[in-house]
Ligand binder design. Structure first.
Ligand SMILES: [Zn+2]
Length: 449
């Protein structure tokens, strides 16, 4: 069963009847999240719970509109037609946000990961305060005409290193943030559960749950733009590393004495395979005397060259543009072959901002991977393009909130051992009033122990 979560494994659980009921409810929700369409009988098999328990809990969920019955499963030989169960996508909604550094992408997302509304807001100013203002305005726009209680929380993808435990932005160099308690700043304004994550990790979670990554419990997501970053999922869990900096594939060395990188090293992948690297390389080749339509496309001023001009030129069959894209793809393939040997993933998802003709870039990546990766690891892996593209991070950030609702009861408690108010009200909306009693009892029990 696929369970992607950023939460640690659950601690041993109390055998209090209230806690057990809560856990059983979460197990059933989780099973239906991972495998929509299970019947009651399949839920019994999946969760190991008794028939009566499953029936009672499912009936409660259906009465509250959280789960609904769909058409019957495949006809059984005996003629029994068990009913398929699914989460009701709109039982509640979450909002996923991506801050890119120059834009805020916000999406209203249903329980099944489908975007219902999407907003793009330019962000000429990216201070923490103005970012909070922009997100708050986006939330009220997205929630217009909906009951506020339906909103379970807001997940935000940040262009920087995030301490997932402390929910602080450690460093976001290109927007100038150092040690910003961003989750708290936003939570203070909206009184809802807020969770933040590095935006490339959010991309990875989005693709894992709802994009190209479905069904692959080990996956590397790599994003190629002005920089290069990766998100790594191992055993269905996001791997963020010792201090949140896992996935910096842009700074693995590919050519030891290659170009100088902003990080101080030389020959980093980012200096050879990013969009900016392709622009640098194309300019070089033209200055060295190669003929290219890029000369015309830039009006003779090579300094204004962009990545999309290179793809335009490649579309016209321009040899310099084609060569530059293939070289970059080759370098990315070299780095990915190393990562594949190290991690043995089932899937590599590549998202490139270069919309090049005929998958030139991706094909060069695949060629290098096929050429260099260890045969056993190569046999297991598939290299595919991303499916969610610019919405991956917003959708992925929203899965943090759903994870917190569905993963484990320790997600219900904040670090002080108290039930989080925002989570409490979200659960109230979902489980109904009697769960607030059980949550209060749980809180008292934890508080007094
Ligand atoms: Zn570097």
């Amino acid at each position: 069963m696929r369970v992607a979560t950023t939460e640690p494994d659950s601690p041993p659980l109390s055998d209090s009847p209230i806690a057990i009921r809560e856990i059983n409810q979460l197990r059933i929700l989780n099973a239906l999240r991972s495998q929509p369409g299970l019947s009651r009988a399949a839920l019994v098999r999946q969760t190991g719970l008794g028939k009566a328990t499953v029936s009672t809990i499912v009936a409660g969920f259906i009465a509250r509109g959280l789960v609904r019955e769909e058409g019957p499963e495949v006809q059984h030989a005996a003629g029994r037609r068990p009913t398929r169960l699914e989460l009701n996508g709109e039982a509640f909604v979450v909002i996923g946000v991506e801050l890119t550094g120059y834009e805020c992408i916000a999406a209203l997302i249903d329980l099944r990961g489908r975007p219902l509304r999407v907003l793009h807001r330019p962000m000429p100013e990216s201070s923490p305060q103005s970012s909070v203002d922009t997100i708050v305005a986006a939330i009220s726009h997205l929630m217009a005409g909906r009951d506020d209680a339906q909103l379970a929380g807001v997940g935000v993808g940040i262009p920087g290193v995030v301490d997932a435990q402390a929910q602080r932005v450690v460093l976001a160099q290109n927007i100038g943030w150092v040690d910003v308690p961003f989750a708290r700043l936003l939570q203070d304004r909206i009184s809802k559960r807020v969770s933040i994550i590095n935006r490339t990790n959010a991309d990875a979670l989005g693709e894992y749950w709802h994009g190209s990554g479905q069904a692959a419990d080990s996956m590397i997501y790599v994003s190629v733009g002005m920089g290069i970053g990766a998100g790594i999922i191992i055993g269905g869990k996001l791997h963020q590393g010792a201090n949140g900096s896992a996935g910096e594939i842009g700074h693995v060395t590919v050519v030891p004495n290659g170009p100088r990188c902003a990080c101080g090293n030389t020959g980093c992948l980012e200096t050879l395979a990013s969009t900016s690297a392709m622009v640098v390389r194309a300019k070089q080749r033209i200055k060295e005397g190669e003929r290219s339509v890029l000369d015309t496309l830039t009006g003779g001023n090579l300094e204004i060259m962009t990545g999309s001009m290179i793809t335009d030129a490649a579309r016209q069959g321009d040899e310099v543009a084609v060569a530059v894209i293939q070289e970059a793809g080759n370098y990315l393939g070299v780095a990915l072959a190393n990562a594949i040997n190290l991690l043995n993933p089932r899937l590599v998802v590549v998202d490139s901002e270069m919309r090049d003709p005929g998958d030139l870039f991706l094909e060069s990546v695949r060629k290098a991977v096929n050429h260099r990766a260890f045969s056993l690891a190569l046999a297991a892996v598939e290299v595919v393009p991303s499916r969610l593209e610019h919405l991956a991070a917003a959708i992925g950030a929203s899965t943090l909130i759903i994870d917190q609702l569905f993963s484990s009861i320790d997600g219900l408690f904040d670090s002080a051992g108290h039930v989080d108010d925002a989570m409490h009200s979200a659960l109230n909306a979902v489980f109904g009033d009697d769960s607030s009693d059980s949550l209060d009892s749980l809180q008292n029990r934890v508080g007094s122990s």
